[in-house]
Design a protein around this ligand. Structure first.
Ligand code: HEM
Length: 350
């Protein structure tokens, strides 16, 4: 499966490598903050994009092509992203260099469930506006953070993610599940799904690492930990869209809140950059708070608001150089999100 968009994507990955942005290591172990790219990443990216286009087109309903992941929007919220005052020097980089409040947008989503009562992963997509500095990709003045409700990604690397996507495209997910090599991935896919009362009440993690600042020995992960005061309660007559009702009730009683945190890699073997399925141990690498996200009471669930919400696009590479995405999963995501998002919106307009 080869698409023209895929070829563009593959070229981008090669260009990144050629620009020396990927440092490789031949001795098996990696230095702190270092990455190791694989020769087949451009090809994997191309195959991923082609498969994602095939899957999402097949899932289109009423002329609307859905996202591959995080398909059901639960709501988009205007938010405030307030960087802490008096941060220590090692945290004062990029967006966190200056204390103060930025306007933001947060989109919550179910990863795959159409019914809010089902167990699922949830996504939290954050866009921060009025950001100084040129991003690596995308719109000037914006910084995105894409977060998932489980700290470990089910796939260690792009190869594993591709085998999952390929099995999905072939409508043969069982092949992925019965392969003994995928035992750990399957455990994360089964155990990471949870039933929740409200997307405002749970914690989210980047799962993949990022740079923080100019020092290429530094790698970090992000978390957004709920500090929402009023917990959501599932109503007795909860329906498939009950999160909207609960979130609206919570906002009427006080704002939703998340502490935005950073975790520094300590040991590159125990806290790898190239394996997104490994959770970095908080006992050895505690999270430190850099900002607070607040969401005040607002109307978010009208048909127009939900449609505007679905047309939002996020990309981990919509980031300042100080927050550069690291690791194979992040490397392939630049082209995957850009091409998949464009494909989805173009096809949906037909
Ligand atoms: C190679 C690995 C991955 C692939 C191929 C992938 C693929 C995708 C695709 C195709 C979309 C839909 C994009 C669109 O149509 O606009 C998406 C959305 C999303 N993904 Fe991933 N993903 C990967 C890893 C991750 C990771 C590690 C996270 C975070 C922990 C993540 C979180 C999200 C979120 C939050 C969204 C929704 C974005 C939005 O609100 O528009 N993904 N992903």
């Amino acid at each position: 499966m080869t698409s023209s968009t895929g070829r563009v994507a593959a070229t981008r990955v090669i260009m990144l490598a050629a620009a020396g942005l990927l440092s490789s290591c031949t001795d098996g172990g990696l230095a702190p903050g270092a990455e190791r790219s694989n020769a087949n990443e451009a090809e994997i990216t191309e195959r991923m994009i082609a498969a994602i286009e095939e899957i999402t087109l097949a899932r289109a309903e009423n002329g609307v092509v859905p996202r591959l992941n995080q398909a059901k929007s639960l709501g988009c919220f205007n938010a405030e992203f307030t960087v802490e005052e008096n941060l220590p020097a090692h945290l004062r980089h990029g967006l966190f260099a200056q204390p103060g409040t930025h306007p933001g947008l947060v989109r919550f989503a179910n990863a795959s469930a159409a019914d809010d009562r089902d167990k699922d992963f949830r996504g939290m997509s954050i866009k921060v506006f009025e950001v100084d500095g040129e991003p690596l990709w995308g719109e000037a003045g914006q910084q995105d953070f894409l977060m998932n409700s489980h700290p470990a990604l089910f796939a260690s690397n792009p190869d594993e993610f591709l085998s999952f996507i390929d099995a999905t495209a072939d409508d043969a997910l069982w092949k992925f599940f019965i392969n003994p090599l995928n035992r750990d991935s399957v455990a994360i896919l089964l155990n990471g799904r949870e039933a929740i009362n409200s997307p405002f009440d749970i914690d989210y993690w980047s799962t993949t690492p990022f740079r923080l600042g100019p020092d290429n020995r530094v790698a970090i992960k992000y978390a957004a930990l709920s500090c929402t005061a009023l917990p959501g309660e599932q109503p007795e007559n909860a329906d498939a869209d009950f999160f909207r009702t609960v979130m609206q009730q919570q906002l009427a009683g006080g704002q939703a809140c998340f502490d935005f945190m950073v975790q520094h890699q300590q040991d590159p073997d125990a806290m790898p950059v190239e394996d997104a399925s490994v959770v970095w141990d908080e006992a050895d690498a505690p999270y430190q708070k850099v900002a607070t996200i607040t969401i005040a009471n607002q109307e978010f669930s009208s048909a127009a608001a939900m449609q505007a919400c679905d047309s939002q696009r996020f990309n981990p590479w919509q980031a300042l150089p100080e927050h550069r995405p690291l690791g194979g999963i992040n490397r392939v995501r630049q082209a995957v999100y850009s091409e998949a998002g464009e494909f989805r919106l173009q096809q949906s307009q037909r």
